[in-house]
Ligand binder design. Structure first.
Ligand code: 2AM
Length: 262
């Protein structure tokens, strides 16, 4: 399997789905939302994008299965499985905020071997493949070199359900916000991870995520020289549903803070 070539094709498929989302976003008005109902309209855009992606990926690698957010396909591959979020950052999309993305990863057995995150509004395509490095629109990217909290811009996602862990989360937030340069909540886990990969963010943490929110971004961060783990530092973000990513030094510093509570 030529992963470099395959990843370039996946990037093309992600960009085509992104163009569809962008077009739908442009004609998205309040009257239409009220008429169709918020969830209906969003599911139309999500599903329309997913169907395009599934078609493209099926042509590319017919034997592969899928894990997708909108579940428009039910197929498990013996060796290869695509992990797809056709529109990561749906809340931003509904509210007309800019950060949303298409996220596609390829898993070979249990290993992530390729990832593409296409940020629709900035027309930024982030992609990486195993042992091939990470790229943004054709240029090699790497995680930041910041090792100090005082210079670090960190990202997180606020809990939106499972509020049992809210107090712990707030304790971590309280500690980090006092020591770091700034904390951001972008609203698309895939974009957060892409921004870690290219050094815009120095670190990122969130819990209660699904594999399709983070799989592609994890490949980006790892191939950009960083690390993407669970809160305890293990390689089981899909089962723990936790992501802690960053350049290696800051990821470790964040882990020390998080492990005081989680
Ligand atoms: P989604 O838009 O594909 O659902 C950010 O916190 C992450 O959580 C995003 O990747 C987003 O992915 C997911 N998420 C799911 N439901 C959410 C909600 N109600 N509010 C915010 N984020 C949500």
């Amino acid at each position: 399997m030529d992963l470099q070539k395959l990843t370039a094709e996946v990037a093309r498929i992600a960009q085509e789905a992104g163009a569809f989302i962008r077009k739908e976003g442009a004609s998205f008005d309040t009257a239409k939302i009220e008429y169709k109902g918020l969830n209906d309209l969003v599911s139309y855009v999500d599903k329309g994008a997913e169907e395009r992606i599934v078609k493209g990926l099926s042509d590319l690698l017919p034997e592969a299965g899928f894990v997708t957010e909108e579940k428009t396909i039910n197929k498990t591959g013996d060796v290869y499985n695509w992990i797809v979020d056709p529109l990561d950052g749906t809340t931003n999309f509904i509210h007309g905020l800019p950060a949303y993305s298409v996220s596609i990863a390829l898993q070979q057995n249990d290993e992530l071997v390729a990832g593409v995150v296409y940020e629709v509004n900035r027309d930024e395509c982030f992609y990486a493949w195993k042992d091939g490095g990470a790229y943004l629109n054709g240029s090699r990217i790497s995680v930041s070199g910041n090792t100090e909290f005082s210079q670090a811009l960190l990202a997180t996602g606020f809990p939106y359900y499972n509020f049992e862990l809210l107090e712990k989360y707030i304790s971590v937030f309280r500690e980090l916000t006092k020591v770091c340069h700034g904390l951001r909540r972008v609203g698309s886990a895939a974009v957060d991870l892409a921004y870690v990969a290219c050094g815009r963010f120095d670190g990122y943490f969130e819990y209660n995520l699904n594999s399709y929110d983070i799989a592609a971004g994890m490949v980006l961060v790892r191939e950009a020289g960083g690390a993407a783990t669970s809160f305890s530092g293990s390689n089981d973000s899909f089962s723990t549903r936790e992501i802690l990513a960053g350049n290696r030094a800051l990821r470790l510093k964040m882990q020390e803070v998080i492990n005081r509570y989680f």
